[in-house]
Design a binder for this molecule. Structure first.
Ligand code: EPU
Length: 420
């Protein structure tokens, strides 16, 4: 087992380059199955979730070759199999994108049911509803998500919730449906826009991604493409919060600052200095932070994937705060771990009441999922003494080289391997 060990209370300063977006990468890699030609995807983060998708692509017969650490060539011309059942696909949420891509291309898909972080129930009814509206028969049998159709036909689909996964999955199937598909109340997240951008670069006709109505006109075939993934909004936000909690001065580079607007606004409210450039944001922590109230909502609202990191930050603000989770039913499991640092947080339903002005003290803690795990790193950076974080594998799912990036900013952080 690997652990991260942090000697806290170091002020972080300097610049950090942000990698490509995890949630765009996993969707875009699965989308490469939609084309019979080869694609080159650049700016891929080298993280566990991406490697799991690559395993899934290879298991179907796609040729995948890393041209460099962050550039992958995918040739899925020879794929004839519509069954994606590789064990790696069970570990991640994004395996459901294989359903949309294979259904579009082969009119048939059988994919192992997705895993991923556990925040309570994670339904896929909207994905099913979308595929059925396009004319597919959908079932869940023997742990497989199955869909097949004689033919896919464009349809008008209203999503009851603006689901990222359902929006992307329906786009993937609709690319090959006859006629026009309208997705209403579509998710507007940057990774939805990026996936549409990739599909369009291969010849798809998708309009409106980034708004709440997406229009997909079906095409007969997609060509190959070379495409660069957008920067990771959540990795960027995590380093911005790391600067704030250490009273630091970090410039987060290679980002799209507009993607960070909701976080930047909250950090300003908390009395951090936020300086924006074309592709960077510099966060200067004031050392004196005000508490604030936050509710996570779909983009452009405050992202749920920065909620645990923000909770850690709010513990050290001068006064109390309230944080309401608006997306997932149970995303506060990590609060018990934060309490080991001395945090005083009570959770009622979907709202956490966070007492401020806490002098966090280092503790031995365990990551329970990806963002929960990184929130413990954030707390450890601000805590007096030594913090040991177990189950680092969760953090590796979404953060490349976290200890070397934080180390370069002045953190005292190391990874050790212990016999489990
Ligand atoms: N929902 C339904 N039915 C569905 C699908 C979703 O009711 O068929 C509900 C969910 O229960 C939830 C809401 O819709 O309340 C939003 O879920 P969404 O489908 O948008 O989430 P997702 O696609 O499964 C992606 C990210 C998550 C991120 C959410 C919300 C990927 C691979 N995962 O999940 O990222 O939290 O969107 O923004 O893109 C992470 O990176 O740590 C992570 C968990």
């Amino acid at each position: 087992m690997e652990r991260i060990i942090i000697q806290g209370k170091k002020r972080l300063a300097g610049s950090v380059d942000i990698n490509g977006a995890k949630n765009a990468s996993v969707a875009i890699l699965a989308s490469a199955l939609s084309s019979r030609a080869s694609c080159v995807v650049e700016n891929l983060p080298y993280i566990e979730d991406v490697l799991c998708v690559v395993d899934g692509l290879k298991s179907l017969g796609a040729k995948c070759q890393f041209l460099s650490r962050h550039t992958l060539m995918i040739d899925s011309s020879n794929i004839t199999d519509y069954m994606a059942i590789h064990e790696s696909l069970k570990k991640i949420r994004a395996s459901y994108y294989f359903v949309g891509a294979l259904l579009g291309r082969f009119k048939k898909a059988e994919v192992i049911l997705p895993g991923g972080c556990n925040f309570g129930s994670r339904p896929i009814d909207l994905h099913q509803k979308g595929f059925e509206a396009l004319g597919a028969k959908v079932s869940i049998e023997h742990g497989l998500f199955k869909a097949h159709a004689d033919k896919l036909t464009g349809a008008h689909i209203y999503l009851d919730t603006a689901s990222v996964g359902a929006t992307i999955n329906i786009m993937l199937a609709a690319v090959y449906a006859e006629g026009v598909t309208i997705i209403e109340n579509a998710a507007k997240e940057p990774h939805v826009v990026d996936t549409a951008g990739f599909l369009n670069s291969m010849g798809a006709r998708i309009r409106g991604a980034g708004t709440y109505i997406i229009r997909v006109t079906g095409v007969k075939a997609l060509r190959g493409s070379t495409y660069a993934i957008i920067p990771d909004q959540i990795e960027a936000g995590t380093y911005m919060i790391a600067s704030a909690i250490t009273g630091g001065d970090i410039t987060v580079r290679n980002i799209i600052p507009q993607h960070m607007d909701s976080l930047s606004a909250k950090l300003k409210e908390m009395r951090c200095e936020v300086i924006e450039g074309d592709d960077y944001i510099r966060i200067v922590g004031s050392g004196k932070l005000s508490g604030t109230n936050i509710k996570t909502t779909p983009y452009p609202g405050f992202p749920t994937d920065l909620q645990p990191q923000m909770t850690a930050l709010l513990c050290v603000a001068d006064n109390s705060s309230m944080l309401t989770e608006g997306i997932w039913e149970n995303r506060f499991q990590y609060v018990d771990e934060l309490r080991r640092f001395g945090a005083n947080i009570s959770v009622k339903g979907r709202t956490a009441f966070i007492e401020g002005n806490i002098a966090l003290t280092g503790a031995e803690v365990s990551a329970t999922d990806l963002r929960a795990g990184v929130a413990l790193v954030i707390a450890g950076l601000a805590a007096e003494g030594v913090t040991t974080i177990n189950d680092v594998k969760y953090i590796d799912r979404g953060y490349e080289n976290i200890e070397s990036k934080l180390g370069a900013l002045g953190a005292d952080i190391k990874r050790v391997t212990v016999k489990s």
